[in-house]
Design a protein around this ligand. Structure first.
Ligand code: APR
Ligand code: PHB
Length: 391
């Protein structure tokens, strides 16, 4: 098989890149190790920045998002049994976010790709990326029990944190910046209308909790749990009781319970691999960087990367200049590090570390008070949450 751009991975990064290249008239093939059903069922975050919404619309993938997505003009911070609302449009000159699940974004992009785009091969596992330091890069992959080769002009690793693409960068050129956190998130999906119409980020002595949603009828809720927790160690009643404790306010607010339909634990990690390019190999999305989910930046960062890359490949095709391809890594990393900073700040602001001292507990509350009482501090949060513009 031969194509212009060989894309490994059909998460949001790989799928959107294939779509953007298709609209620019550039051929691609997407290899995805899992089957379609798995990719369409996988639960991930669900907050789209304004810039992400604009890109999906421009790519022709915004119709269902515009019908079913929920526009959110703020979030609530909850601490010391009090509630504080961060008003995005008022603080950012009119920006908001869209709550629309990543799985739904993937379904929409898959449907488009299957209908109009180039090959999207499910059950095709990339085994190795070769030749990216020369003129003839290729991906060795296994499909239906047979090994095959995809030859291309460029390879893009959109294969997530556990993928193979980034292993093709020689170890002596790689720099990794990483931090793991001694806690994770126990997440549930529940068939019950969300108890609040905006996301609630709750700070509590017993740990962080988040109220989010998938639709007006489905809630998504998270609890901070110790690292390595097994989701099955928590029964539904225990989960609801713990959520109730952490969300409790002094004004009689109530959390509605409902049947739990899914339960899982997500580990928390910050990770950046630099550079994001080696020869004819480009890394995008989780293959290059991970953020803890607290700031809801993972998907939005992946979108920023592939928009930058699609532009650079189009520029190269139209002008013959590799200038934008050469600056791809640097351009992406500026945005990546701002998201890393914000996600780290939100994580350390809201979670209780197992070894936190009383001094650190007090500092967290002072940081939260500062956001609640200073327009400048609240603006800083609102700007980062709604997203920085693509360069
Ligand atoms: N060959 C083919 N496909 C692979 C391989 C491989 N060797 N390894 C991994 N994949 C596939 C995975 O099955 C997955 O579908 O690559 C895809 C990577 O997708 P994501 O993990 O969703 O990563 P990305 O597209 O970068 O999206 C980033 O996803 O992880 C969340 O929170 C993160 O929201 C962020 C977003
Ligand atoms: C989610 O809805 O899954 C979600 C929302 C906001 C976050 C993280 C996850 O910060």
């Amino acid at each position: 098989m031969r194509t212009t751009v060989g894309i490994i991975g059909a998460g949001p990064a790989g799928l959107l890149l294939a779509r953007l290249l298709h609209t620019a008239g550039i051929e691609s093939v997407v290899l995805e190790s899992r089957d379609r059903e798995y990719v369409e069922r996988r639960q991930r975050a669900g907050v789209l920045e304004q810039g992400t919404v604009d890109v999906l619309r421009a790519a022709g993938a915004g119709a269902r998002m515009d019908r079913e997505g929920l526009r959110h003009d703020g979030i609530e911070l909850r601490f010391a049994r009090r509630r504080y609302r961060v008003d995005f449009p008022a603080l950012t000159g009119g920006k908001s976010v869209m709550v629309y699940a990543q799985t739904e974004v993937c379904k929409d992009l898959i449907a488009l790709q299957v209908k109009e785009g180039g090959p999207l091969v499910f059950g095709a596992e990339a085994l190795a990326v070769r030749g990216v330091d020369g003129e003839r890069p290729h991906v060795v992959f296994r499909h239906e029990g047979r090994e095959d080769v995809l030859e291309c002009d460029y390879v893009v690793g959109c294969d997530g944190f556990w993928g193979v693409a980034r292993k093709a960068v020689p170890a002596e050129l790689v720099r990794v910046y990483e931090r793991t956190y001694p806690f994770g998130w126990l997440g549930i999906l529940a068939d019950v209308p969300p108890s609040h119409d905006e996301l609630v980020y709750a700070h509590h002595d017993r740990g962080f909790a988040l109220l989010s949603m998938r639709s007006p009828a489905v809630s998504r809720l998270y609890l901070q749990v110790p690292e390595g927790t097994d989701a099955d160690a928590w029964d539904d009643d225990e989960i609801w009781r713990e959520l109730e404790r952490r969300f409790e306010t002094g004004d009689g607010w109530r959390l509605e319970r409902g049947p739990v339909t899914q339960k899982s634990v997500t580990p928390m990690r910050s990770h950046v691999q630099e550079p994001m390019r080696y020869g004819r190999l480009f890394l995008a999305g989780d293959a290059a960087h991970i953020v803890p989910p607290t700031g809801a930046k993972g998907l939005n960062l992946a979108v920023g990367d592939v928009v930058t890359l699609a532009r650079a490949l189009t520029h190269q095709r139209e002008t013959g200049s590799a200038e934008l391809l050469d600056s791809y890594s640097e351009t992406c990393l500026r945005r990546v590090w701002q998201a890393e900073r914000f996600s780290y700040d939100m994580t350390t602001l809201l979670h209780r570390a197992p070894d936190a001292t009383a001094f650190e507990d007090r500092l967290q509350l002072a940081r939260l008070e500062r956001i609640a009482t200073s327009r400048a501090a609240a603006t800083d949060l609102a700007e980062a949450y709604t997203g920085f513009p693509f360069e």
